[in-house]
Design a protein around this ligand. Sequence first.
Ligand code: MG
Length: 256
Amino acid sequence: MIELRTPAQIEQMRPAGRFVGEVLTALAAKAAVGVNLLELDELAHQMIRDRGAESCYIDYHPSFGASPFGKVLCTSVNDAVLHGLPHDYALEDGDLLSVDFAASVDGWVADSALSVVVGTPRQEDLDLIEVTGRALDAAIAQAQPGNRLGDISAAIGDVARAAGLGINLQFGGHGVGRTMHGEPHVPNDGRAGRGLKLRPGLVLALEPWFLHTTDEIYTDEDGWTLRSQDGSRGAHMEHTVAITADGPLVLTERAA
Ligand code: MG
C-alpha cells in the first residue's frame, strides 16, 4: 500500500532526516586511513543512543538476509556496494567507502547514504561518486507532483547511460515512513511518463548505486554484503525526499 503523508506529518519527519544527515556527516568526517569499520558502526550506535533514536538495521532480517543484521550501519568498501556488514577491517589508503544509515526518530524513519574515498583517491573513483551524486540530483529534480515514478527512474538511468555505466535493477529506492521499506519500489532505470503518478505526501528514499564495469553482484559469504561480480568498485548515494506541493523536500540534507 502506498501511503501519503500530510504536511504536518512531513514536518514530523524532519528530525529523523536531520539526525540521519548528522550521523552521515560525522561518519564521513571520521572515515580515514586506519579507522576500523567497527569504529564507524560504534560511532553511529553511540549517536543513536545519545539521540534516543532507534536503529532500523540492527534487528533487520529480510528474506534475503542470512540472520538479523546486528549492526546499525552498512559499510561497503571497494567492490562491495550495498548492505556491507561492518567487520574488523581498518580502512586503507585509497579505499572507496559507502555508508548507508537509517534510523527512526519520534516514530519516523529517514534513510540516506554517501560514498567517500579515504586517503589518496583514484580519479576513476571520484568520477564514479560524482556521477552517482548527479544521478541522485537528477532523480530529486523529478520528484514533483504530477510527474510519474518513471520520470525519477529514467532520470537516474539517463545519467548512468551517459556515463557508460550499467544499471542493476535488483535493488533501488523505496517508500519511507513509519518503517524503512515501503511501497513503491523505485527502480534505478525506467521509462519517463510511466508508472505511479507522484502526489504531495509521497516520501521516497532515492538511491542510485553504480559499479565501474558491471551491473552484476553477488552476496559475500557473510550473507549480507553485495559485491560486484567483476571486482570493480561501486558508489551509492541516497536521500529521503518528500514530494510536497512546492516540489521535492530533501529531508536528509546535510550541512555543507
Ligand atoms: Mg539506505
